[in-house]
Design a protein around this ligand. Structure first.
Ligand SMILES: O=P(O)(O)OC[C@H]1O[C@H](OP(=O)(O)OP(=O)(O)O)[C@H](O)[C@@H]1O
Ligand SMILES: O=C(O)c1cc(=O)[nH]c(=O)[nH]1
Length: 215
């Protein structure tokens, strides 16, 4: 018997928490999507703990080597905190940092918070759609003199980026670094096909996939 993949468990968990919803939603890139992943709804300590563990397992499974974690504002902030705690519970104490969307002009000032950005930095985010947030994080890390070495996300929507490649493929190609996801649109697709109560959402996702995705 083969073990259930991490992606299927994660999709079940996300649907149970209503983080993953079906309907009509506008993405940051302005696309009208029949599904949406709202990581803000991992909104209690227990689910954040579990989420951090899902990320940590997918990062460990990937074999990625890195020195610290960076979570872009806003949703990247609780994510990077939860993942750092998950790693610490597994015996690995990692430095982490995040940014502010608005620069602070008093006190310590600036936009970067937490451990200084240095060495190989693993970027943490919830989803990649068109890749804008990741491009901004890569720029911030390089400007600080550190090396973006990979990206860990919960859901790869497998959407087109700026050209004909998927946004994830563009990130990987442009920056020569891997993108690791707990689940992908292709996993969600398979999950819906195997689940009668969710089958009604399948046609709209199939149409969206044909228009915007590289799967
Ligand atoms: O790949 P992209 O097209 O950039 O889209 C995905 C990004 O969009 C959302 O963040 P958003 O900028 O809406 O900010 P938030 O974290 O403050 O919700 C999401 O959390 C990702 O970071
Ligand atoms: O593209 C986006 O803006 C987006 C998609 C998604 O599923 N979740 C999210 O937080 N943002």
């Amino acid at each position: 018997m083969t073990a259930k993949p991490l992606s299927a468990d994660f999709i079940t968990f996300s649907i149970q928490k209503q983080v993953l919803r079906f309907g009509e939603f506008k993405t940051k890139a302005g696309r009208l999507s029949p599904y949406f992943f709202n990581a803000g709804l991992f909104d209690d300590g227990e689910s954040l703990l579990k989420l951090g563990e899902f990320y940590a397992h997918s990062i460990l499974q990937s074999g990625l080597q890195f020195d610290m974690l960076f979570g872009p504002a806003y949703k990247g902030i609780p994510l990077v905190s939860a993942i750092s705690i998950a790693f610490a519970r597994m015996g690995q104490n990692l430095p982490y940092a995040y940014n502010r969307k608005e620069a602070k002009d008093h006190g310590e000032g600036g936009t970067l918070v937490g451990a200084p950005l240095k060495g190989r930095v693993l970027i943490i985010d919830d989803v990649i759609s068109a890749g804008t947030s990741i491009r901004e994080s890569v720029d911030m890390i390089r400007q600080a003199g550190a090396i973006p070495c990979g990206v860990s996300i919960a859901l790869d929507r497998q959407e087109k980026g700026l050209g004909e490649l998927s946004a994830v493929q563009e990130v990987e190609q442009t920056n020569q670094m891997p993108v690791v996801s707990i689940a992908k649109l292709a996993d969600l697709f398979a999950y819906l096909q195997g689940n009668d109560s969710l089958a009604q959402y399948f046609p709209a996702i199939q149409a969206y996939r044909a228009q915007y995705c590289i799967v």
